[in-house]
Design a protein around this ligand. Structure first.
Ligand SMILES: Cc1ncc(COP(=O)(O)O)c(C=O)c1O
Length: 399
């Protein structure tokens, strides 16, 4: 079957592929431990589910305005005001089917063929493909592990060209957990102030999952003069353990919001009405349950860092937020085992799956082949078992 040129440029999501491999083995009765998960392992808090049930019973089950129900937009505006100290109007908010859909709509609305989009690397797997789907070109900025995988102002300056249309910043980051400090954001903002034509995407989807009492900060908070060209992407998926409900929001200049809404109107229309009401309860309701989830993630991070420190040859910056670590496994590359060579992160991931039934995501999917991504959105028992298996597998590779 002939397919479009557009789709042939796109790779399927590597993280989803790993999880389906794990599911397949499990269906064959194999006990797989998956460090590949990209979602909290908690249930959606009860009061949020109750709101959804009420929405169904009240008959709030029809089409809604494409850009989202006013109550949810208002809840988003209040959340942003409280957490970012910035005030937006309802026509500066678009509610979509997850943060991913927000990014997709935004890229479709502002990118043209020939445009360049600066993406610090390691990056979240979906950015490059979504940028390419919009006809634009990703420009990767390699960020060194020794600097906590953060982009410096010099890195940014070097990457900018007359064709640069957009910068994507994701902090805390998937896959590294890196979070930029206010002074680091200040230095990046100074470079961006010299380039008025560059739009900024602040993917803040992990903003509430921060450890060590680190304060929340993003570019536009540090430099409000960037507000007109900054687009905040956020949502309820990670903060409220609501990945399956598919609600995200995009906040920024009304002209672009209107254009992104137009794309949405000709594709999905509104996100699920019931999920929107659930998101209202999430944003308006008690936040204690989320704080407890973050506390649990912090305890797991401590355990994971301790286990990683005991693996010979493995290095890993301590994540500030999110629920991933991104250890450097390159000490094991080049090793031959069972007639094959571990020649990179994909080969290592295959080896771990086959040898000890441990699913990890190869770092090459995030632009850094020396690393693998391990999620700690797993119970302590699974983490313990997973690290025991990892240790065993690495011993076979001489570690
Ligand atoms: C960095 C980043 N941005 C955005 C998303 C999208 O999340 P959702 O579409 O569930 O809101 C994810 C999900 O994994 C992510 O890791």
């Amino acid at each position: 079957m002939k397919l479009s040129q557009r789709v042939s440029q796109v790779k399927p999501s590597a993280t989803l592929a790993i999880n389906s491999k794990a599911r397949l083995l499990r269906s064959q009765g194999v006990r797989v431990i998956s460090f590949g998960v990209g979602e909290p392992d908690f249930d959606t808090p009860h009061h949020i589910g109750q709101m959804a049930v009420q929405a169904v019973l009240r008959g709030q089950t029809r089409y809604t305005p494409v850009q989202g129900i006013p109550e949810l937009k208002e809840a988003v505006i209040r959340t942003i005001e409280a957490d970012y100290g910035l005030r937006y109007e309802p026509d500066e908010v678009l509610v979509s089917c997850g943060g991913k859909h927000c990014l997709y709509n935004l890229f479709q609305a502002v990118l043209d063929p020939g445009d360049e989009v600066v993406i610090p690397s390691p990056y979240w797997v979906s950015y490059p493909d979504m940028v390419r789907l919009a006809g634009a070109e990703p420009v990767f900025v390699p960020c060194a592990e020794a600097r906590g995988f953060k982009m410096t102002p010099e890195d940014l300056r070097r990457a900018l060209t007359p064709r640069t249309r957009m910068l994507i910043l994701n902090s805390p980051s998937n896959p590294t957990g890196t979070h930029y400090r206010p002074e680091e954001l200040r230095a990046l903002a100074d470079v961006l102030l010299e380039h008025n034509e560059v739009l900024i995407v602040s993917d803040d989807i992990y903003y509430r999952i921060l450890f060590d009492n680190l304060p929340w900060a993003d570019l536009v908070m540090v430099e409000p003069r960037l507000k007109d060209r900054t687009f905040i992407v956020n949502g309820v998926s990670k903060t409220y353990a609501m990945t399956g409900w598919r609600i995200g929001y995009l906040v920024g200049h009304r002209d672009v919001i209107k254009a992104a809404g137009k794309i949405q109107s000709q594709s999905t229309s509104n996100p699920s009405s019931v999920a929107q009401w659930a998101a209202v309860a999430a944003l308006r309701g008690e936040q204690e349950t989320c704080r407890r989830m973050v506390q649990v993630f912090a305890e797991r991070r401590a355990y994971v860092m301790d286990r990683l420190a005991r693996l010979p040859g493995v290095t890993c910056p301590v994540p500030d937020g999110a629920f991933y670590v991104f250890p450097n496994m390159s000490a094991y590359y080049g090793v031959q085992v069972g007639g094959r060579t571990i020649d990179g992160s994909a080969a290592l991931a295959d080896f771990l799956m086959e040898e000890v039934h441990l699913a990890v995501v190869p770092g090459e999917a995030f632009g850094q082949d020396r690393c693998i991504r391990l999620s700690f959105a797993l119970s302590m028992e699974e983490l313990r078992e997973g690290f025991d298996r990892l240790e065993k597998a690495l011993q076979r590779l001489g570690g």
